[in-house]
Design a protein around this ligand. Sequence first.
Ligand code: ADP
Ligand code: TPW
Length: 588
Amino acid sequence: MSAVLSTTSPAAGSQTSAAATIDGFHLVIEALKLNGIGTLYGLPGIPITDLTRMAQGEGLRVIAFRHEQNAGHAASIAGFLTGRPGVCLTVSAPGFLNGLTALANATTNCFPMILISGSSEREIVDLQQGDYEEMDQLAIAKPLAKAAFRVLHAEDIGVGIARAIRAAVSGRPGGVYLDLPAKLFAQTMEAAAGRASLIEVVDPAPRQIPAPEAVQRALELLRGAKKPLIVLGKGAAYARAEAEVRTLVERTGIPYLPMSMAKGLLPDTHELSAAAARSYVLPEADVVVLVGARLNWLLSHGKGKTWGGKAAKDWGGQKFVQIDISPTEADSNVRIDAPVVGDIGSCVSALLAGMGAAWPRPPAEWLNAVMERKAKNIAKMAETLAKDARPMNFHSALNVVRDIVKANPDAMLVNEGANALDFTRSIVDMMKPRKRVDVGTWGVMGIGMGYAVAAAIETGQPVIAIEGDSAFGFSGMEVETLCRYNLPVCVVIFNNNGVYRGTDKNLGGGADMAPTAFVKDARYEKMMEAFGGVGVYASTPAELKRGVEEALRSRRPTLVNAIIDETAGTESGRITSLNPAAAKKPQA
Ligand code: ADP
Ligand code: TPW
């Protein structure tokens, strides 16, 4: 190992020399390695350029991006996919700020991530004397992170990294900020003492066993249910609880709804999936078991018409069991009758143990009603998909993607956009857990290329990124990154010439295009060609199919510009009702 920088010993680099010293750079690198962190996502510059070089020299994988936001998103989804914190490295002030969106998004989505930013000299920052890239980064990060720490002395690096790791992955995971001032990296200490100060974190995300009385309460509620429903959220996917969840669903025979990133936890083709009957089961259910899913806007806050309430704010009458690692999540929107607090694997196992072997199936009436709705909706969708519209619309394009994903169940699917998101979520079945990553809790645009890079790096599997043309623009420059690391990523742009669609007109009649409209017939595929990847122009389903299949076969970075009817999209996809003006109008 070349970690030792010796200034006084003639045997420079020798670890055995009594005078051997180690600097802050190498303490950070060794602390990360000691904790199994093998990849850094980031963007170099003062004061972390040498950290990225030395990390690479010490065997860490350093994935350098073109914008810190994308590196941050990559780190956060690496955290979701691996259960270990993904690490993003940025420079001070502007680089730090560029990384903050991803940090906040990680916290919002409960993804474990550590944003490490270099910072300027504390003494100058605190007196506001105008240092290079001066900013009080710790204070700014705090409200956006689950935790935030600063390390001032080399001997505290071990503790700082250990605390950051624990904060990121224990309990409800989240984004952690670690502030490392420039001066820290150059500090040296005696090498043996430095190494002894590093901490290998023991059991960073301990199991959390639910209280027996909470389990009994949940079982009693469930025992009396006539129309039970299970809702699976991305917390269950993160917790890697697919085996327990599958046993729960199959032993109880309760229909389930997967939230978008929980798709594939059980195969979407499972007979108890009620995804195709969502608008029927939510208002009809009497007891709902939430498994790692919050009753936020994505579930209409557990009330209103979606849940069978008479008006927007009405309770629909459902009783809820909520399995979650966060004890403060319950009652955040509606009353939770049976909170079960713990990690999902332990909670579901405890429920199963309490049920014993013979648990009554839900009434046949309920199951039949759900299955009937589901069959009807699936048949209707099959008809729409078979239409093969020209020019392509979202359905005819997704019909192709659906078959390809089905034939490649190990491939990762990244998805962002509005219509491109909503249609993909409902049309493309996922067969395995943690294969689908998307805009998440915020519905944030810009995750696309960062998630695609990390999905490829962390899983080694090919990645298909289904991107709205607007969504792609937020991180499009990273196609160079895809080419530079030769990643097996196939970006498919659903190009309908604008945000939501391409037909909007300037309401003032002026020469400027409407705010939602883009340059028509843009040749996005040439962006990939510019960096040595493969570009494909696809105006028919056959061309789209050929392009994506060839990308999966060759594993070369590919961009398929899929031409979609510019009139096809609806405003805001499926969430039109959240637009302030639209909310006043009755919805179609
Ligand atoms: P979705 O968007 O899929 O509905 P959310 O992000 O709203 O999912 O909810 C995920 C929930 O899962 C959060 O409330 C979080 O506290 C919880 N969670 C995350 N990890 C675990 C875990 N290991 N065990 C239990 N709950 C977890
Ligand atoms: C960081 C607002 C939501 S969806 C979207 C925007 C700009 C793009 C929709 O167009 P796209 O997809 O991608 O072409 P499609 O299929 O409907 O044509 N800024 C951020 N996040 C969000 N969510 C927005 C803006 C938005």
